[in-house]
Design a protein around this ligand. Structure first.
Ligand code: ZN
Length: 450
């Protein structure tokens, strides 16, 4: 007689039960037990509830958080793997408690602007990723007809620039091209994610050792005026749009107004804008260079207020490394990009804790909201049915960043020697602790239709 192996009267043994007195659940932090069957969370129980399991780990006072979902990571493979590749980026991500990344369509070669390039990306990532990986497509002048194929192949949406991107093969859209891309993206029921700086407000930096000249070359108006163009294009076409890496808090008024007017718009910022200030950046310290630039301390505080007030939707790394030789000592010529995928959680927690905010706030900004933005309904929360992507985090441990200990490809980061509070202890991907000595288990994700 055939027996159904799934229909058993024997009591279920969960594969793993994790207990923590500080479990960050969607409705707040409390002592709980998280029972995992296979790759998913099966049940949330009380902390001391007896639950039959093959393995049980008691994390005691370590916090248990949902794995971070970082929707803004530049991996650069294939083509510029010497800048950053899937193996190095995802190893760093896992060490930082990030269990899902969505890769940006530029600085790899080819850029992800058609399905052939997406296939090259997928082939390059295959078997190398320690965390789950999805892909953004790119919208550049002339590739409008390629967006539908990319959407059907599972990209999470389309990135464009309104100003030069830093690499010639990924040119910006003019205002008419931006409007056209919005119309296409609206027809595809996708999202256009925009690097919004208006090139008419960008100036030459000139040779100067100080950060102030670079900052002056990319003023607040460059962001605010470009964001107004994006809002207008979204309003006229019905497109869903997203503002990447907001640096200028002044732009929040225009974004609020757009939302109130029914525009489907969201906005992110990054750890560097929330933890650093222009006036503290040393001369020639180009590890701090990114675009738009890190602005002054008062602006940083306004960004925190925007985040706390829900005017900024979430926080992502914009991890964008380069080899050390491209970080020259000249702000005019150095690569613009900050490497930080491994540090986002402790950076944001260090500041959030000082401001009286909770781990639940941090989990919402860096995991739940980003998962929702990407349409990843099984990611970003500790709840029955979700993927068992989890992080054990010691919220009290003080430590000092050493660039040479970070796991992305090159030991360049503006946070070298910075003192932080809070450290990642373990990261689980779909039910198993990530082990970088073993074969990578990361999967490639596709956006499912809304
Ligand atoms: Zn970026």
């Amino acid at each position: 007689m055939m027996t159904d192996p799934y229909d058993t009267a024997a009591p279920l043994n969960y594969d793993l039960v994790l207990r923590s007195r500080r479990t960050t659940l969607p409705d707040g932090e409390r002592p709980a037990a998280v029972a995992i069957a296979g790759e998913r969370i099966a049940l949330i129980g009380d902390y001391d509830e007896p639950l039959p399991a093959h393995r049980t780990e008691d994390l005691h006072d370590l916090a248990l958080l949902p794995g971070l979902v970082d929707t803004h990571v530049h991996v650069n493979e294939p083509g510029r793997t010497e800048w950053e590749g899937f193996a190095t980026a995802t190893r760093a991500a896992a060490a930082g408690g990030v269990t899902t990344i969505i890769d940006m369509p530029l600085n790899s070669l080819p850029p992800t602007v058609d399905t052939t390039a997406l296939a090259a990306k997928r082939a390059a990532a295959n078997g190398k990723a320690w965390v789950d990986v999805g892909f953004w497509g790119g919208a550049i002048p002339g590739n409008d007809a390629d967006l539908e194929g990319l959407r059907d192949a599972g990209v999470f949406g389309f990135k464009c620039f309104t100003a030069p991107s830093g690499v010639d093969e990924f040119p910006p859209l003019s205002v008419p091209e931006l409007r056209r891309a919005c119309a296409t993206v609206a027809a595809l029921d996708s999202v256009l994610i925009v690097h919004a700086e208006n090139p008419e407000h960008l100036h030459a930096t000139g040779a100067a050792p100080g950060f102030d000249r670079f900052l002056a070359s990319r003023p607040v108006e460059a962001e605010t005026s470009a964001i107004r163009e994006v809002v207008n294009a979204a309003k006229d076409t019905g497109a869903r749009v997203h503002i990447l890496h907001l640096a200028a808090a002044d732009a929040l008024d225009a974004i609020d107004e757009a939302r109130q007017g029914g525009v489907d718009i969201s906005v992110e910022t990054c750890p560097h804008y929330l933890t650093l200030a222009a006036e503290d950046i040393p001369d020639r310290a180009t590890a701090f260079k990114c675009c738009p630039p890190i602005r002054g301390g008062a602006n940083r505080e306004a960004l925190w207020a925007g985040l706390i007030g829900g005017r900024i939707d979430f926080v992502v790394s914009d991890h964008s490394p380069s080899p050390p030789h491209m970080k020259t000592d000249d702000f005019a010529t150095a690569w613009g990009g900050i490497a930080s995928v491994q540090l986002g959680l402790p950076l944001i927690w260090t500041e959030a804790r000082r401001r009286g905010l909770t781990l639940g706030d941090v989990a919402r900004w860096m995991s739940t909201a980003t998962a929702d933005f990407a349409g990843l309904d099984r990611k970003g929360r500790i709840a029955a049915g979700a993927d068992a992507d989890l992080v054990a985090f010691d919220p009290e441990r003080a430590w000092t960043v050493r660039a040479e200990d970070l796991l992305h490809r090159h030991p360049v980061t503006p946070y070298d020697r910075r003192e932080l509070t809070g450290a990642v202890v373990s990261t689980w991907l779909r039910g198993k602790r990530i082990d970088t000595e073993a074969a990578p288990r990361g999967r490639q994700l596709r956006r499912s239709p809304r």
